[in-house]
Design a binder for this molecule. Structure first.
Ligand SMILES: NC(=O)c1ccc[n+]([C@@H]2O[C@H](COP(=O)([O-])OP(=O)(O)OC[C@H]3O[C@@H](n4cnc5c(N)ncnc54)[C@H](OP(=O)(O)O)[C@@H]3O)[C@@H](O)[C@H]2O)c1
Length: 226
């Protein structure tokens, strides 16, 4: 199955998007990997070589996304759009989600599956840390969480072919090879998710051939302690 899959990574120059590109490329056999980004020169030559194609465009533009879906013949899309570490008010996640759903509703793309990277505390989930700290974090991140909540809502009409993964605070260089899932209102085991672990979870979801796919679900994940 993997070698007939074509993965379009939207936000491929971002930290999680790029990790997904690298991990898909490391599979043997590996799927076709198409990187969608604003500026291809942000990718190193080695990373460019990992991609079957690189498609430049603006993720807010349904026209740009439709071109990417058509050119890549994508079977699966990963939406990994963000704004670096900014916590300012933004609608980039919502706007790109809405634009993507507009395209995915077209008859030509009705079989395409999407995995949306969202955040703990978005949608029906809560950040539960204890001693009221979860509420403080949620307030601090309120603009991001609203953007992710509205992004998730954009996918409601195609939820049967959408997986939403809500990660705790993303970090790097602390991979343990394992993520754990938790309930929407449950205290998470840890407060951090390593991007390499998240990418591995995503690769497994998209390439796994058994019935464990989280399609149609929103899954809350976090890392484990070393
Ligand atoms: N940070 C956290 O703790 C945390 C926790 C949970 C979930 N998340 C979510 O996880 C996702 C991935 O996070 P990350 O930190 O790995 O992402 P990131 O490094 O901030 O990357 C974001 C990507 O989005 C791209 N992008 C932004 N606007 C775009 C546009 N108009 N058109 C095309 N591409 C655009 C960026 O492109 P450029 O390279 O051109 O800027 C970049 O490739 C985000 O949705 C984030 O909100 C983050």
């Amino acid at each position: 199955m993997v070698d007939s899959q074509s993965i379009l990574v939207i936000g491929a120059t971002g930290r999680t998007g790029l990790e997904c590109v690298r991990q898909f490329a490391a599979l043997s056999p590996n799927p076709f990997i198409h990187a969608f980004c604003r500026n291809k020169s942000k990718l190193s030559i080695a990373d460019q070589n990992r991609c079957t194609s690189i498609i430049e465009g603006d993720a807010r533009s349904a026209d740009n996304l439709e071109r990417a879906l058509a050119d890549s013949s994508a079977t699966d899309v990963i939406l990994s759009i963000g704004n670096g570490d900014s916590i300012k008010r933004t609608d980039i996640r919502t706007a790109s989600g809405k634009a993507l759903v507009q395209v995915l509703k077209l008859p030509a793309y009705k079989k395409v599956r999407t995995l949306v990277i969202s955040s703990s505390g978005a949608g029906s989930s809560q950040i539960v840390v204890g001693m009221g700290i979860g509420k403080l974090i949620s307030f601090h991140l309120r603009h991001i969480l609203k953007d992710h909540t509205d992004q998730e809502a954009a996918f409601y009409s195609i939820r049967n072919r959408t997986t939403i993964v809500r990660a705790s605070a993303l970090t790097d260089n602390a991979a343990t090879g394992k993520l754990v899932e938790h309930g929407d209102h449950e205290k998470a085991l840890t407060i951090k998710t390593d991007r390499a672990d998240l990418a591995a979870w995503i690769v497994n979801q998209i390439c796994d051939t058994d019935d464990s796919l989280a399609l149609g679900r929103a899954v809350n994940v976090t890392g484990v302690k070393k």
